[in-house]
Design a binder for this molecule. Sequence first.
Ligand SMILES: [Zn+2]
Length: 287
Amino acid sequence: MQTLAIDIGGTKFSVGAFEADRLILRETRLTDRRAGPDRMLAQIEQIFRLWCDDHGFRPQRCGIGFGGPVDYPSQTVTLSTHVEGWAQYPLIARVQQFAGAPVLMDNDANAGALGEALYGAGRETDPLFYMTLSTGIGGGIIAGRRVYRGADSFAGEIGHLNVEPNGPDCLCGSRGCYERMCCGLWLERDYGQPASDLLQDPRFVQNYVVYLARGLKTAIMLLNPARIVIGGGISKAGESLFIPLREELNRQMTAWSRARREVVPSELGDDSVLFGALALAKQITDT
Ligand SMILES: [Zn+2]
């Protein structure tokens, strides 16, 4: 059984080919935000056709992790400031058309959560909270090995918690949002350096983890997850980030709470969403 998996993000997009649970082909390209969805889909189709011709790739199902809000029941992209041009775009129909196989889509944080829960750092741990910490911040909740989406597909949207009420303006209209204080896009704009460089400086990290821990504390108080898995580019900073983060989280946690505080980096790295897209696609053929 072969599966086409697509991860559409604001900075880059990836296409993967799975043979059963094995990722056999993958390609990542940079997202040209101004070029819009048509250009990106043309590139995805081109990669797909090449794989069909050169490797005999014939997927029977497709999964998509999309980097923006997705209304799961209607399988459509919800209007968002981050994903201009995508809201009315017939993404599912377009992929179905060239791949010739059914498609299931979710937002990339939910897909990443599912990928880590079934194939990565979240195996054997349930419930699980997954957070992607990259250009933006997204969250996904897994309970009973399934994504918890809430009443309107908006559960897990941790990026706009106000972690600094008097903080700087966020694009959403509020102030001091978690994403505004901690995501890669804003770190680079505020400090003029990429997050990967900033995180080399222990003094910067000491201050950064104060905000980062505030969001995780909220997740723990609300969900009491068995584990928190952090994916996305910033999580690649490794233990120089995770050790101070765990210390700060322990300091902030409500004293009487005995909720576990297990925070680990993703195991699948750049492939969490592709594996999540595989898990989504499996739901098409397994039901
Ligand atoms: Zn915000």
